[in-house]
Ligand binder design. Structure first.
Ligand code: HEC
Length: 151
């Protein structure tokens, strides 16, 4: 009887902890870098301008398919929880939770088909921790703190 009680206590604790632990382990080095290199770096890599330069001539760079450079942890983080916080979330979102259902314009690059796009979107979501489509100015300090995106 006592063992049964223990069993019913331990099972829910373990099933609750496993997904939490798996989530906490997502890191830039282990999970994001390879996806970024495969899917994003041809337009956001070494051949692309840094964000300040990009913003000065947004149209010129956009025409030749160059977005701001994000090919390191520090550079990418600016678009997650820095100066351009939320940009990664707004651009990569699949639009499913939005009223207009419109995906962000970088969602398409996450994969060659829906399956791959959803898989990679999930990796980004788990890494970011708190997925909000708000702009920097509308994010509270509390909300920024919830964005984890570990190195
Ligand atoms: C074929 C080229 C191309 C690929 C591939 C691409 N992007 Fe982009 N991206 C651009 C261009 C050009 C812009 C700037 C124009 C715009 O804002 O849409 C941009 C803009 C962005 C922005 C907004 C930057 C800002 O101004 O705040 C983010 C965030 C972004 N991309 C993320 C990504 C991610 C993450 C990937 C990989 C999944 C990716 N992009 C793949 C070309 C690309």
């Amino acid at each position: 009887m006592k063992d049964m009680k223990k069993f019913f206590l331990v099972v829910p604790i373990v099933t609750f902890l496993i997904p939490t632990m798996a989530k906490a382990q997502m890191t830039y080095q282990k999970d994001i870098r390879s996806v970024f290199e495969a899917k994003c770096s041809r337009c956001h890599g070494t051949g692309s301008p840094l964000v300040d330069e990009f913003k000065k001539e947004r149209e010129k760079y956009t025409k030749v398919n160059k977005g701001p450079r994000m090919n390191s942890y520090t550079l990418l983080l600016e678009f997650v929880k820095g100066k351009d916080a939320g940009a990664i979330m707004r651009r990569l979102d699949d639009g499913k939770s939005k009223d207009d259902k419109k995906p962000g314009n970088m969602y398409l690059y996450l994969g060659k088909d829906v399956e791959e796009r959803q898989k990679n979107l999930k990796i980004f979501k788990d890494w970011v921790g708190s997925w909000s489509l708000k702009r920097r100015a509308d994010l509270s300090e509390e909300e920024i703190k919830k964005i984890t995106a570990p190195q």
